[in-house]
Ligand binder design. Structure first.
Ligand code: PLP
Length: 385
């Protein structure tokens, strides 16, 4: 179905930060499959592990134990909240699990009609639960009705958030840095307000780390650079290095809420995707790599801010939103850059989003900034005075 506006390029091969199209043209990939290919395209360790696992066992269903899933659950828990993990096949499904945990937890506290609070601009996915928690898309009446029990407050309005959280609140579900909206970080003040309001109400704090997690911001999880710790976190995208897998990771208490029959999935956490994820985690959960993400991100931000046409740079680590000066058409610029061999994304008019692989080289960052500079100069020259 025609649900995507695709660019007129067909990619056929990838290696590290580079992609090649069907005509053999080379591109520098500063989008990485929308933050999926964080260890670069076709990382040899991931390719070898997946090949080996594919020849051994690909699927048995969740009616049985499998080693890669058990190891991955342990590794994810150890690295974050310490409790149980539910596996899914995508980000939106990871959030469906978190929503179910929050609602069942609320029912356990005697709340008949539990509510979930998010920020305006949040993106949590496209299935109906996650969609209902995505205020911008939930407003599309053609897809209605949405699920009941979701509300939103303006981004970073700590006062409105405190007011919205009360006796009937099941959870606050937010992204630590809004990705799809254009890379808008949540302030520490708003995060603390969310944590405190949830604690007072007995509600759960759910952080959607589907885009921010797996090292993207320079720590394995973005919350680790903030003053709060959630009760649940969701991850997907980069977790599988290109294979579809998502997870909802819980604290020990929140991990006990769902029981047999409450949730499930045929494919989720299967040996192939779990093996890929274990290998990606092994590569990404490395202090040296994470330090490099912070350093390269800081250097990239500095270089971008040196461009006359760049108004601001938002985000952390290698998740950057480049706010352009008024009058610059970011969509046209994105198309020009693709024509010049640089893949970026335009999440909103006036913003470029950069999400290069975490393994990007400093020299590749310099080349990307030079390409952006050249395209900006050409665009402003072409624009009528
Ligand atoms: N949550 C966030 C923060 C996302 O960025 C995305 C995807 O862009 C999702 C959820 C949905 O993930 P998926 O497309 O894998 O369902």
């Amino acid at each position: 179905m025609r649900t995507y506006r695709r660019a007129p390029v067909e990619f056929v091969r990838g290696e590290g930060t580079r992609l090649w199209d069907a005509d053999g043209r080379e591109y520098l990939d500063f989008l990485a499959g929308i933050s999926v290919c964080s260890v670069g395209h076709c990382h040899p360790e991931v390719v070898d592990a997946v090949r080996e696992q594919a020849g051994r066992l690909m699927h048995v269903s969740n009616l049985f134990h499998t080693e890669p899933m058990a190891q991955l659950a342990a590794r994810l828990a150890e690295s974050s909240l310490g409790g149980r993990v539910f596996f899914a096949n995508s980000g939106t499904e990871a959030n469906e699990c978190a929503i179910k945990v929050a609602r069942k937890h609320a029912h356990g506290r005697g709340i008949a009609e539990p509510e979930i609070v998010s920020f305006a601009g949040d993106f949590h996915g496209r299935t109906y639960g996650a969609l209902s928690a995505t205020p911008g898309l939930a407003a599309n009446e053609a897809l209605g009705p949405m699920l009941p029990g979701f509300r939103s407050v303006p981004l970073n309005d700590a006062g409105a958030l405190r007011e919205a959280v009360g006796e009937t609140t099941a959870a606050v579900l937010i992204e630590p840095i809004q990705g799809e909206a254009g890379v808008y970080p949540v302030t520490d003040e708003a995060l603390l307000a969310a944590r405190e309001a949830c604690d007072e109400a007995g509600a759960l704090l759910i952080l959607d780390e589907i885009q921010t997690g797996m090292g993207r911001t320079g720590s394995l999880w973005a919350y680790q650079q903030t003053p709060v710790r959630p009760d649940l976190l969701t991850t997907a995208k980069a977790l599988g290095g290109g294979l579809p897998i998502g997870a909802c990771v819980a604290t020990p208490e929140a991990g006990e809420v769902l029981g047999p029959g409450d949730h499930g999935s045929t494919f989720a956490g299967g040996p192939l995707a779990a093996t890929a994820a274990l290998t990606v985690l092994e590569i990404v959960d490395d202090p040296a790599l994470l330090r490099r993400v912070r350093e390269l991100g800081a250097a990239l931000r500095e270089s971008l801010l040196g461009l006359e046409e760049v108004r601001e740079v938002r985000g952390r680590g290698l998740m950057l939103g480049v706010g352009l000066e008024e009058g610059i058409d970011a969509h046209a610029l994105g198309a020009d850059l693709l024509g010049d061999g640089l893949v970026v994304n335009v999440p909103e008019p006036g913003t470029l989003r950069l999400l290069p692989p975490l393994t990007v080289e400093a020299e590749e960052c310099e080349r990307a900034v030079a390409a952006l500079h050249a395209a900006l100069v050409a665009a402003t020259r072409a624009a009528p005075a």
